[in-house]
Ligand binder design. Sequence first.
Ligand SMILES: *Cc1c(COP(=O)(O)O)cnc(C)c1O
Length: 373
Amino acid sequence: MTDKMISVPQMQPCLGKEEADAVYKVVESGWITEGAESEKFSRQLNKMIGCDYGVFAPNGTLALYLGLVAMGIGVGDEVLVPDTTFIASANAVIMAGATPVFVDVNRRNFQIDVADATKYLSNKTKAIMPVHLYGMIANMSEVMEFSSTHDLLVIEDAAQALGVHYKGQHSGTFGDVGCFSFFADKTMTTAEGGYVVCQTEETYKKLLYLRNQGRLDRGSFVHPEIGYNFRITDMHAAMGLVQLKKLNWIIQRKHEIYSWYREQLETQKAITFLEIEPGSEFVPFRTVVLAERLEALMEYLNNNGVGTRGFFYPLHKQPCYQYMVEEGRDLSDENYPNATYGNKHGLCLATFPTLEREQVDHVCKMINDFYSR
Ligand SMILES: *Cc1c(COP(=O)(O)O)cnc(C)c1O
């Protein structure tokens, strides 16, 4: 095979006949909405994550919304959100009626910078939302100390952090609530799906009321509270149960692929690997690196069959949030030097489990070729 013929997409979900069969079985059973399969999926998720309570949401964005509202966050409240993240982290805060306040990230691994968060504290600050980005995890010792010093709630966005641990503890279980996503490009998928874990029975009850029309039981038409519909379906859950069985293999395989990249790119001076937070166990969601002359490199890779992706566009630069400048917020690049740096140099390389050695070799060869020209 010549190099030209190898193509490497950015992401491919790892699905097979097992998932299709599991979904078919649910269809055949006649009970397709949330039921026995969902209950089983929830039990297994709790066991794997190591928490007592968890509820589903239709997707990760709504999981964040549910978690925020269950913690009483709403109109007039401010939530500290890292500047480098998928926009859903901030938009969920808006959806809850509160205001996201953007905090710069650190330069080591682009997770929320707690030291920078201090300058955004106000009497409206109600919560901090660490986002565990790219399969790494924020320094949760620092986040938890900061939140207890300033009496803040902690909403963890762990959409990209299934299987990720800090000091032996699973992501999402440090804060008051932790939110996961099972979107098609996440470590494990149910096509669409979300999950909220929490620490106390009190929060769990609030989540149940909110997601089930303000009641605890289906079939009861007396509603003590105002709630909504955040059900998933047993078809999604059945798929999730199969994916959960594959999870260890998926994670192992991602590590293997990451090691192939490291092997071939570590000596490349124009490429820098991120520093994994000490004490954490990461899962290479993508292989993320900092690259010199990023734009030209990405163009070269795309021309050679390699799908590329930069880091998330910083929140402070998002067109939809520029209205905040008129409200007196300083959203200049100088205020967010690390997120701005990440936007200029951050590169995500494909790390999905069915990727083959030959494809990774091709990506590395193209990168090394580019820098030796
Ligand atoms: C995917 C993702 C979300 C949103 O999850 P959806 O299931 O797509 O709604 C939120 N935050 C982060 C960091 C994500 O990667």
